[in-house]
Design a protein around this ligand. Structure first.
Ligand code: XLS
Ligand code: NI
Ligand code: NI
Length: 441
């Protein structure tokens, strides 16, 4: 049987360099180019997000689907799922990305019973495993959709009904099986409806304990089935619920510490969630990295003028530079990578738009990587920072950090020294250096 092609006219996307005016070519993402000891491809583990790229319809609260994909033509849900998986691998290989990510319900339909649902998932996972083998594309991470079905209206793990909790547990179990079967190195928990809208009907303390209990069970199950990857929690402050329990990186770190989960979880930072939390993307990455917990990144972008998750493709160079500086500094993302988690605008309904969107994101992060490496070699920013805190590495500063000082001793010290000399923070100068280095790349 001849295999159907869904992206027939579009050829494999190639690197043509910055002078190319071919919109269907990479200008900066040159997979084999070596930077800081590794190839670009090794640094930039781009993953296509199955839910947006294959299942996205352009729907919004004001209108239904704006695009119907050719792989949706079949009427039987399982056939549709099979065709979608074929289309996914054709897209990913033509694009030249090396990874993908999924929710269980993106790849296989929910059936009439748990048994039927599991069977469909197994069928599709088998197909995906064969396609991975044939193409060399790998799974970055898997997850369970615990927010779409109406049964999860009041939460999944944080639902007041233990039967709903059990349904969620069943889903997590099978999604973890699928992740392991496909060799994924990560398993994500984004707490879709794990939060609340009204405190008047919510026992927050109970719900957070339930959530922790679910994560503990996932850890135990992971050990049982030999999951060798990492669990990731993906913070988000609001949407769909008003108050999410995984608000931001700092909140998640506190949660992991409170429930003794620190050893098993890293954090997956999403750019758009950072800005929804009224932080910057860089802030969230830095909070996670400082705790040695930056595991993976969802590299989309929000819109500064609206307050929801617009999930746009990343085109902001400054953000990409900051992300890659932090990633380079920690020696890479071992178990995670750069998952797009981004969708086309409602008006971008052509299949070709999927390529433009991903190409732009990959080129942006390739530039981010090159510039981050140049900044590292340039040294001025790092040196400034080192110098700024040098006082805490010697003399009285060192004694403070070593725990050798008391409030009383410091009072005596301050009294003998007199008023501190103020030193400029030089933000403008540093911003100029950054722009300078960007221009020279
Ligand atoms: C939604 C989240 C979601 C997770 C995976 O806002 O970003 O897409 O990445 O469940
Ligand atoms: Ni999101
Ligand atoms: Ni995400």
């Amino acid at each position: 049987m001849k295999k159907t092609s869904y992206f027939g006219e579009i050829k494999r996307i190639k690197y043509e360099g910055p002078d190319s005016d071919n919109p269907l070519a990479f200008k900066y993402y040159n997979p084999k180019r070596r930077i800081a000891g590794k190839t670009m491809e090794q640094h930039l583990k781009f993953a296509v997000a199955y839910w947006h790229t294959l299942k996205g319809t352009g729907g919004d609260p004001f209108g239904g689907p704006a695009y119907v994909r050719p792989w949706d033509a079949a009427t039987n849900p399982l056939d549709q799922a099979r065709q979608t998986m074929d289309a996914a691998f054709e897209f990913i290989t033509k694009l030249g990305a090396r990874y993908w990510c999924f929710h269980d319900r993106d790849i296989a339909p929910e059936g009439e019973s748990i048994a039927q649902t599991n069977k469909s998932l197994d069928t599709i996972v088998e197909q995906a495993a064969a396609l991975q083998k044939a193409t060399g594309v790998k799974l970055l991470w898997g997850t369970a959709n615990l927010f779409g079905h109406p049964r999860y209206t009041h939460g999944a793990a944080t639902n007041p009904d233990p039967l709903v909790f059990a349904y969620a547990a069943a889903q997590i179990r099978r999604a973890m099986d699928a992740t392991v079967a496909l060799g994924g190195t990560g398993y994500v928990f984004w707490g879709g409806r794990e939060g609340y809208a009204a405190l008047i009907n919510t026992d927050m303390k109970q719900e957070r304990r339930q959530f922790a209990r679910m994560l503990q069970m996932a850890v135990a199950y992971g050990q049982k089935i030999g999951f060798k990857g990492r669990f990731f929690i993906e913070p988000k402050p609001k949407e769909p619920t008003t108050h999410q329990y995984d608000f931001d990186a700092a909140t998640v770190l506190g949660f992991l510490r409170e429930f003794d989960l620190m050893d098993h979880f890293d954090i997956n930072i999403e750019a758009n969630h950072a800005t929804l939390a009224t932080h910057s993307f860089t802030h969230e990455l830095q909070v996670a990295a400082d705790a040695d917990k930056l595991g993976s990144i969802d590299i989309n972008r929000g819109d500064q003028t609206v307050g929801w998750d617009t999930d746009q493709f990343p085109t902001n160079l400054y953000d990409a530079i900051d992300a890659m500086r932090i990633v380079l500094k920690q020696g890479g993302l071992k178990y995670g990578g750069l998952n797009f988690d981004a969708k086309l605008r409602r008006g971008s309904f052509d299949l070709e738009d999927l390529f433009h969107a991903h190409i732009g994101g990959m080129d942006t992060f390739a530039r981010g990587l090159v510039i981050a490496d140049a900044l590292r070699k340039d040294k001025r920013l790092d040196q400034f920072l080192r110098q700024r805190y040098a006082g805490f590495r010697r003399g009285v500063g060192k004694d403070i950090m070593d725990g050798k000082m008391t409030l009383a001793k410091l009072e005596t010290y301050a009294a003998t020294k007199g008023e501190p000399q103020r030193i400029s923070g030089r933000v403008e100068m540093l911003e100029n250096i950054l722009n300078d280095v960007i221009t020279r790349q």
